[in-house]
Design a protein around this ligand. Structure first.
Ligand SMILES: NC(=O)c1ccc[n+]([C@@H]2O[C@H](COP(=O)([O-])OP(=O)(O)OC[C@H]3O[C@@H](n4cnc5c(N)ncnc54)[C@H](O)[C@@H]3O)[C@@H](O)[C@H]2O)c1
Ligand SMILES: CC(C)[C@H](C(=O)O)[C@@H](O)C(=O)O
Ligand SMILES: [Mg+2]
Length: 355
């Protein structure tokens, strides 16, 4: 039966990178007889310009009805001054919330052939294999907020962080189950020395972990975690954390592998899952055809694995990406003398040819 993938390119490099991933998925669909179909929908600043909203109802309905969603990126400085409720970023936040995507899985690996590209020494990053499990629809991102109010004669703004026990339980359970399929270690990251939400997080994580005696739970403060990622990154297996800490730590961890342009993610919940690279719309390079498409292409591999249980097809993409890199193809974020300089199209073609 045909499987429908809703593609939401968004803004900036979104179109360039989702086009690349769709090309690869079409080849995979033929090769593995997956009968994938694609339908494109608007979101982000481009949707705001066209329809006056960053997340048209039609896009939400299509995403809900799809078998999987492939998302590019949204945002850009041109929309910095629109009403905060209509910012492009509201598109991805709204989709995550509407689809109930409570968990964002961000795998961080360092490929052997790219170990020299890390900003850290080879002996520190060699062998990194981390899965960041980020809570995605709670915390300070979705708490009450005030854009501006007057108090004691001064303007101020505030954002409220809150987490409930069930919200923490479901994400920690998922982290535990993820660790059981990996190296049985979960690091739960919080700021329990200061924040009430983090103390509830830590208490809840400890209770959940009691049902998983085969998994070792370690608690870590977020500031220390930021440091440990730079000095002992290979010590981590699964990291589970809240929405804001997960956002920040995953960009830090992503760059250990050489470039944020390489890193994929899967956002999962109760129904349709969404797949997107962890980087943004990269307005500084948008429209020039030079973005690294690998993060989105590897997100497409995660889509095949998680949404369609198509393990062989997912592996075929991952192997083709590795082969293209081994054969010397490099987009500008990873380019060095002696390698084959590739724009988005050429890198995509190199991967396509190796499937
Ligand atoms: N999920 C999303 O849609 C998402 C994620 C992050 C940021 N954003 C938005 O994107 C916009 C830009 O944010 P930013 O500049 O802080 O982060 P960014 O991730 O877009 O870019 C950071 C840096 O990384 C580079 N980069 C990112 N992806 C790349 C790729 N595939 N290939 C080569 N280089 C790449 C960029 O050129 C830039 O120098 C903002 O509006 C932000 O809100 C969206
Ligand atoms: C664009 C923004 C809302 C988003 C986030 O903060 O979750 C992004 O940074 C990400 O990591 O997906
Ligand atoms: Mg981010």
């Amino acid at each position: 039966m045909a499987k429908k993938i809703v593609v939401i390119p968004g803004d900036g490099i979104g179109e360039e990178i989702t086009n690349a991933a769709v090309l690869v998925l079409k080849k995979i669909s033929d090769k593995f007889q997956l009968d994938l179909t694609f339908e494109s929908h608007a979101a982000g600043g481009t949707a705001y310009d066209l329809y006056g909203t960053p997340l048209p109802e039609k896009t939400i309905l299509a995403a809900k009805a799809a078998d999987a969603v492939l998302f590019g990126a949204v945002g850009g400085a041109v929309w910095d001054n629109v009403d905060p409720a209509l910012r492009p970023e509201k598109a991805i936040l709204g989709l995550r919330k509407s689809l109930g995507l409570y968990a964002n899985l961000r795998p961080i690996k360092v490929m052997d052939c790219l170990v020299e590209y890390s900003p850290l020494k080879k002996e520190i990053v060699s062998g990194i294999d981390i899965m960041i499990v980020r809570e995605l629809i709670g915390g300070i991102y979705f708490g009450d907020k005030c854009e501006s109010e007057m108090k004691d004669g001064f303007e101020r703004a505030w954002d409220l962080e809150n987490y409930s026990v069930p919200e923490v339980e479901r994400i920690v359970k998922l982290a535990m189950e993820t660790a059981q399929k990996r190296n049985n270690k979960v690091t739960s990251v919080d700021k329990a020395n200061v924040l009430a939400t983090s103390r509830l997080w830590r208490r809840t994580a400890t209770k959940v972990a009691a049902s998983y005696p085969d998994v070792k739970l370690q608690d870590m403060y977020v500031d220390n975690c930021a440091m440990q990622l730079a000095i002992h990154p290979t010590e981590f297996d699964v990291i589970v954390t809240g929405n804001l800490f997960g956002d920040i730590l995953s960009d830090e961890a992503a760059v250990l592998g050489g470039s944020i342009g390489l890193m994929p993610s899967a956002s999962i919940g109760e129904c349709t899952s969404l797949y997107e690279p962890i980087h943004g719309s990269a307005p500084d390079i948008a429209g020039r055809g030079i973005a690294n498409p690998i993060g989105t292409i590897l997100s497409a591999a995660m889509l095949l694995r998680h949404s369609f249980a198509a393990e062989a097809a997912a592996l075929a993409i991952e192997k083709a990406v590795e082969k293209a890199l081994l054969d010397g193809y490099r987009t500008m974020d990873l380019y060095r003398d002696g390698f084959k300089k590739a724009n988005t199209e050429e890198m995509t073609q190199a991967i396509f040819d190796r499937i």
